[in-house]
Design a protein around this ligand. Structure first.
Ligand SMILES: [Zn+2]
Ligand SMILES: [Zn+2]
Length: 309
């Protein structure tokens, strides 16, 4: 899209917003609904397995689900606004993005870099939001979920949503200053990974296999118990990885013990009994699979139709 002689910058921006806002909202909303919906369906279908791995004795009530979902929808809106700001940044040349095909190596290092930087960003703004000055206005809303559910993934106050959403444009602004044009595919991978890890952290049931915290190459990846303990008892401010909590001495002192308690080894002979039996269960898997695949295909399509200069 180019600015014509008789089109002001304001009109140009308004046209861009009108053209792409719903695509952006669809993409952000789709990721939330798919990730939380699929995990809810898995926990329902495999409830026998899930119940054996339930982390807290308390169960989230209907009020929790409603609050978590409604405030997550508000967060989706805030995310949509910042995604659009990023795209306007791209249109105006402030932010460099590459939506053309790229190499696997480029995607790999760009994905790893944004993940590590986002983990640090999340840890430190999370700790800041737990300070006496900021907690009530920013982060209290998220902690109304004492027993989180997958729908709590985006359950933020508007201020927290804005702080979380600011990461992407800020990060891309900095990488653009260094002359790096981030690959669209690396960003897509990052966004999907973010929401999947987010709903997993709030699952309320330990999803990681037994032995995770006792395996050196795996234990630095945080588990559901890690974030669940944060909601129930404090400690554990990190997101993807456990290293910031380890370095800063904020890891829950009984994290490994609690994980071992929640993640009982899966006994293979019982596997057959876990599979869906009733037609309602089979139908719910089918509906979820159709929804997930159609929206997954729709998400990239929506992103690819976003403005390319
Ligand atoms: Zn917190
Ligand atoms: Zn949380």
């Amino acid at each position: 899209m180019t600015v014509s002689a008789n089109q002001s910058a304001l009109e140009y921006t308004a046209a861009l917003v009108g053209q792409h806002f719903f695509n952006v909202l669809y993409f952000d909303l789709g990721r939330y609904l798919i990730a939380a919906g699929v995990l809810t369906a898995i926990l329902f279908v495999f409830r026998k397995w899930a119940n054996a791995r339930k982390i807290q004795t308390r169960t989230a009530g209907r009020k929790d689900y409603v609050r978590e979902t409604l405030s997550s929808l508000r967060t989706v809106f805030v995310f949509g606004v910042t995604t659009l700001a990023t795209l306007i940044g791209k249109e105006t040349g402030i932010i460099k993005l590459s939506l053309e095909s790229t190499t696997l190596i480029t995607v790999a290092w760009q994905f790893a870099l944004i993940l590590v930087v986002h983990d640090a960003y999340f840890y430190w703004i999370h700790r800041a939001m737990h300070s006496k000055r900021l907690f009530k206005a920013t982060h209290l809303h998220h902690h109304k979920s004492r027993t989180p559910t997958p729908w709590a993934a985006y359950s933020f106050s508007t201020w927290e949503a804005a702080a979380e959403a600011a990461f992407m444009p800020l990060f891309l602004l900095v990488t653009s200053l260094f002359g790096v044009a981030y690959a669209g595919f690396a960003l897509m991978l990052f966004l999907w990974n973010m929401i999947i890890r987010n709903v997993m952290a709030h699952a309320g049931h330990e999803l990681f296999p037994a032995g995770w915290v006792d395996t050196p190459i795996l234990r630095w990846i945080s588990t559901t118990t890690h974030h669940d303990l944060h909601h129930a008892q404090g400690y554990n401010y990190g997101f993807y990885f456990t290293w910031w909590d380890k370095w800063m001495g904020t890891e829950h002192p009984r994290y490994a013990e609690e994980f071992r308690k929640n993640a009982q080894p899966l006994r293979l002979p019982n596997l057959a009994r876990l599979l869906p039996k009733t037609s309602a269960e089979k139908a719910s898997i089918l509906v979820t699979a159709i929804l997930a695949s159609s929206m997954t295909l729709g998400g990239p399509t929506a992103l690819m139709t976003l403005p390319v200069a």
